[in-house]
Every structure is written in structure tokens, then in C-alpha cells.
Design a binder for this molecule. Structure first.
Ligand code: ADP
Ligand code: MG
Length: 258
């Protein structure tokens, strides 16, 4: 039983906060002290307030770390996406996906369509939503995945690399289909997809239709095995239309030279 609260010694208090790693409380000490003198909250309200401040600061730090380790190629969200231009998908269906039930259920998303229609943008936007919700996310292109696998095979670090990839809740594999894969690449891409199956979520983007995936892998059987896992619990989104990058050339007449 505590009998008496001794007056605080500022130096000892700061040392204690440091030792407990309560960095935010330490930073806020003077401000929060002034605030409390002004507002006179209950002691419990005061304690709850500083605990909340510390938790919020830690969550923010974690979020920044997760955002960095996701390695997104750019930072764009669904708010930045022009659904009027890309009218082959509904805004509502994307907003539904952004509630992240698919990550919770270990389902996949496949975004198909030609160059420039917004596949990477949507994959990144969903990835950012997942990071903000507290999930671990990793973005990589199929090409960078195969490069990683080749160098890991060369220096004997494959299992560490595989673990590092597969510890994420959501793995985004961008641009599957631009480069065809040899036997090693095919086999390891299959390994990633098979290991993620029903325990992780994947977002895969591709310029190829599924019938064309046979040519992407070294054997049609590997393509079939990949598609089997990938599509078992998948939301398939097909984007159509013109490249967004070309839109100004499509819509605005060229300015005349003077
Ligand atoms: P893809 O991956 O299908 O080739 P990207 O997602 O890389 O296409 O899109 C190309 C560029 O155009 C990106 O900068 C992206 O943010 C932008 N973009 C594409 N579609 C849209 C859209 N509907 N609204 C806003 N920006 C878009
Ligand atoms: Mg892309």
C-alpha cells in the first residue's frame, strides 16, 4: 500500500522516463504540466492523457517504419485516383477493398490491364491503407523479386530472404509478365505464391491475360500451379482504357508554337 507521494525531483523523473523509454511523455512534460495546472483534470484523467500521448507517438513511429519497409515506389492513395478517367472499375468496389477484409481473410487481388491504366497506383493505394491499419506490407516488382532470389541463391541467403518476404501480411508483386522467367525464376516465384497461399495476402499486377501466363513461366504446369493458388481466393480487377500518362495528349489539343 502506498502511504504518501513524495514531491517530484525533476532530474530523477526525467531519468525514470528515459529508463522506461517514455520518450513522448518526457518531451511533453512541461506542456502537459502547464495544461494540467490550467485545466485541473482528475488524477486518473491526467494519467490516461499522458499514457494516450505515449501510445499515439509510438504508433506513429511504427507506422513510419512500416511505410519505409514496404518500399513503395511512390506515395499515392485512392483519393489521388481519378475514377472518372478510369471508369472500368467502381470507386465503391475499391473503397470496399480498402477496408482490408481481404488481408484479414488472406485473400488475393489481381489487377490486370495494359500499361498506364493505374494498376500500380491502386496496388500502392491499397498497400498504404494496409500500412495505416497496422499491417506489414512489402512492395516488389516480379523482376526485383527474381533478382533478389538470384543473389540470395548465389550467397546462400535464400531462406532469410524468403522469410523476410513472407513475414509480411500483404505482399505486392508488381509487373508480373513483363519479363519471362527461366526455370529458377519460375520455381521460386511459385514458392513465394505457394507459401503465401491462405496465410498471407498478395496483390499481383499484370499486363498479361491469364491464358498468356503459360509463356511467362518455364513450363505451362508451373503457370497452372501458380494460377491455382493465386486465384483460389482472389478478387480479379480488369482495368481498361487509355494510359493516364497519355491523357493530356488525348484530350487537350496541342498548343501551337508562336
Ligand atoms: P500501370 O501500373 O497500370 O502501368 P500506373 O499505376 O503506374 O499504371 O499509372 C501510371 C501513372 O498514371 C501513375 O503516376 C499513376 O498515379 C497515374 N494514374 C493512372 N491512372 C490514374 C487515375 N485514374 N487517376 C489518377 N492517376 C492515375
Ligand atoms: Mg505498373
Amino acid at each position: 500500500m502506498i502511504r504518501a507521494i513524495p514531491p517530484a525531483d525533476r532530474t530523477i523523473l526525467e531519468q525514470g522516463l528515459k529508463r522506461l523509454k517514455l520518450r513522448r511523455v518526457r518531451e511533453l512534460l512541461d506542456d502537459v504540466n502547464e495544461l494540467a495546472l490550467r485545466e485541473e483534470p482528475s488524477y486518473l484523467d491526467f494519467l490516461a492523457y499522458i499514457v494516450d500521448q505515449e501510445i499515439a507517438a509510438r504508433e506513429h513511429t511504427q507506422q513510419i517504419k512500416r511505410l519505409k519497409s514496404a518500399k513503395f515506389p511512390f506515395h499515392k492513395t485512392l483519393d489521388d485516383f481519378d475514377f472518372a478517367f478510369q471508369n472500368s472499375i467502381s470507386r465503391q468496389s475499391m473503397l470496399d477493398l480498402a477496408t482490408l477484409g481481404f488481408v484479414e481473410a488472406h485473400e488475393n487481388i489481381v489487377l490486370l490491364g495494359p500499361q498506364g491504366v493505374g494498376k500500380t497506383h491502386l496496388a500502392v493505394a491499397l498497400g498504404i491503407a494496409a500500412v495505416n491499419a497496422g499491417y506489414r506490407v512489402l512492395f516488389m516488382t516480379a523482376d526485383s523479386l527474381t533478382q533478389t532470389i538470384y543473389s540470395a541463391l548465389a550467397d546462400g541467403t535464400l531462406s532469410q530472404h524468403m522469410n523476410r518476404i513472407l513475414r509480411n501480411d500483404l505482399i505486392i508483386l508488381d509487373e508480373v509478365g513483363y519479363l519471362s522467367l527461366d526455370a529458377t525464376g519460375s520455381n521460386h516465384l511459385f514458392q513465394v505464391i505457394a507459401k503465401a497461399y491462405e496465410t498471407r495476402s498478395l496483390i499481383v499486377t499484370s499486363n498479361l491475360e491469364f491464358q498468356e501466363w503459360g509463356e511467362l513461366f518455364d513450363k505451362p504446369a508451373t503457370a497452372a500451379a501458380v494460377l491455382d493458388r493465386l486465384l483460389h481466393h482472389a478478387h480479379i480487377i480488369t482495368l481498361k482504357g487509355e494510359s493516364y500518362r497519355m491523357r493530356s495528349r488525348l484530350r487537350v489539343p496541342p498548343t501551337k508554337e508562336v
